[in-house]
Design a protein around this ligand. Structure first.
Ligand SMILES: C[S@@+](CC[C@H](N)C(=O)[O-])C[C@H]1O[C@@H](n2cnc3c(N)ncnc32)[C@H](O)[C@@H]1O
Length: 294
C-alpha cells in the first residue's frame, strides 16, 4: 500500500493549538495523520474525523484508535458540515483543519482514475458512490463547457484547443481511460512547450477532478459553516495544494478580517527537506486564523 505522508503536519497541529478539552474537526481525515496528533492532545475533548472516501476511513480508523478513544468518524463530504455537526449534536467547535485534495493512496490506485500515469477508468470521485464521474464530464460535456472548466479550474493555457481536440476525438469513439485522455492532451500541447517539472496533463486532470467533486463549492460552504460554529478563540487551519483553493481561503479570511486574526500574513510552505522527502508537498500552502469576534 502506498503510504500517505502527511504534509505540513507539525505546522498544522501547531496552528490548531489543540485545547485538551476542545472539540475539533479533521475535515479531511484521509489516513489519519493529522487526526492522530490531535487525538494525542485531547483529554476531555472530542475529535470528529470526516472523509468522503469510505476506503480511506476504514484504513484511518485502524491508525487513529492507537492514538486515543475520544473520536467519531463520519463518512461524508465536508460540504455537509452543517448536517455533520447537527447529527453529532455539536453546536460549537474549537477548531477545524482541512488538508485538501487527494491522498497518495488514492492517487496510487489506478482504478480510482486520479492519476495520468496509471491506466484506469475515468472516475476521479472522492466518494465512489457519488453520481458524476470523470467519464461523464469528458465524454458528455459540450466542448464549450469543457473549455470553461479547463480554463477556470485548470488555468490551462491550452484549454480551448484541448477541449476542441477532445470533442473531435469523441466523434469517432468515446474516451475510455486516463491514458487515452492523457495522450490527447499530450498530443495537443506542443512538446517544446511542456513544462520541465509538470506533466502536460496535470492541469486538465486537476480541472476535471474539481468539477467531478465540486471541490471549490464544498470548500467555500465548509469554511462558512466553520465560522458559524467556531468558538471565540477557535481556529481554522487549511492546507491547500493549488492556487484556486488557496485563493478561496485567503479571500475568506480577508472578507471576515473584522472577526478573524489572521495568523499567516503569508501562507506557510514546506521547507526543502520536507519537499525532498515528500514531493507531493511542493505546492502546499498553509493558512490559519483565530476567531476574535463572534
Ligand atoms: C490529502 S488527504 C488528507 C490526509 C490526512 N491529513 C492524513 O494526514 O492522512 C485528503 C483526504 O480528504 C478527502 N477529501 C477531499 N475532499 C473532501 C471533501 N469535500 N469532503 C470529505 N473528504 C474529502 C479525500 O478523500 C482524502 O482522503
Amino acid at each position: 500500500m502506498t503510504e500517505h505522508i502527511p504534509v505540513l503536519l507539525k505546522k498544522a497541529i501547531e496552528y490548531l493549538n489543540v485545547n485538551p478539552e476542545g472539540i475539533y474537526i479533521d475535515a479531511t481525515m484521509g489516513f489519519g495523520g493529522y487526526s492522530k496528533e490531535i487525538l494525542k492532545k485531547i483529554s476531555q475533548g472530542m475529535l470528529i474525523g470526516v472523509d468522503d472516501d469510505k476506503e480511506a476511513i476504514s484504513l484511518a480508523e485502524k491508525e487513529i484508535q492507537k492514538a486515543g478513544k475520544r473520536y467519531q468518524i463520519v463518512n461524508d463530504n465536508f460540504g455537509n458540515l452543517e448536517e455533520i455537526l447537527k447529527n453529532a449534536g455539536i453546536l460549537q467547535i474549537n477548531g477545524i483543519v482541512f488538508d485538501l485534495g487527494v491522498s497518495s493512496y488514492q492517487l496510487s490506485k489506478a482504478e480510482r482514475g486520479f492519476s495520468f500515469n496509471l491506466k484506469g477508468p475515468l472516475d476521479m470521485r472522492m466518494n465512489p458512490e457519488a453520481h458524476l464521474t470523470a467519464y461523464e464530464v469528458v465524454n458528455g460535456y459540450p466542448q464549450e463547457k469543457l473549455f470553461e472548466i479547463f480554463q477556470n479550474y485548470g488555468e490551462e493555457r491550452w484549454a480551448k484547443k484541448i477541449a476542441e481536440n477532445i470533442a473531435n476525438y469523441r466523434h469517432d469513439k468515446s474516451i475510455e481511460d486516463t491514458i487515452e485522455l492523457s495522450e490527447i492532451i499530450k498530443g495537443t500541447i506542443p512538446k517544446n512547450l511542456w513544462e520541465k517539472h509538470l506533466h502536460p496533463a496535470t492541469r486538465i486532470f486537476q480541472a476535471i477532478r474539481i468539477e467531478v467533486n465540486a471541490e471549490l463549492e464544498n470548500l467555500e460552504k465548509a469554511l462558512k459553516t466553520s465560522l458559524k460554529h467556531l468558538k471565540i478563540g477557535g481556529r481554522i487551519v487549511v492546507v491547500s495544494f493549488h492556487s484556486l483553493e488557496d485563493r478561496i481561503v485567503k479571500h475568506f479570511f480577508q472578507e471576515n478580517v473584522d472577526r478573524f486574526e489572521i495568523l499567516t500574513k503569508k501562507p506557510i510552505s514546506p521547507d526543502a527537506g520536507e519537499i525532498s522527502n515528500n514531493p507531493r508537498a511542493r505546492s502546499a500552502k498553509l493558512r490559519a486564523a483565530i476567531l476574535r469576534l463572534s
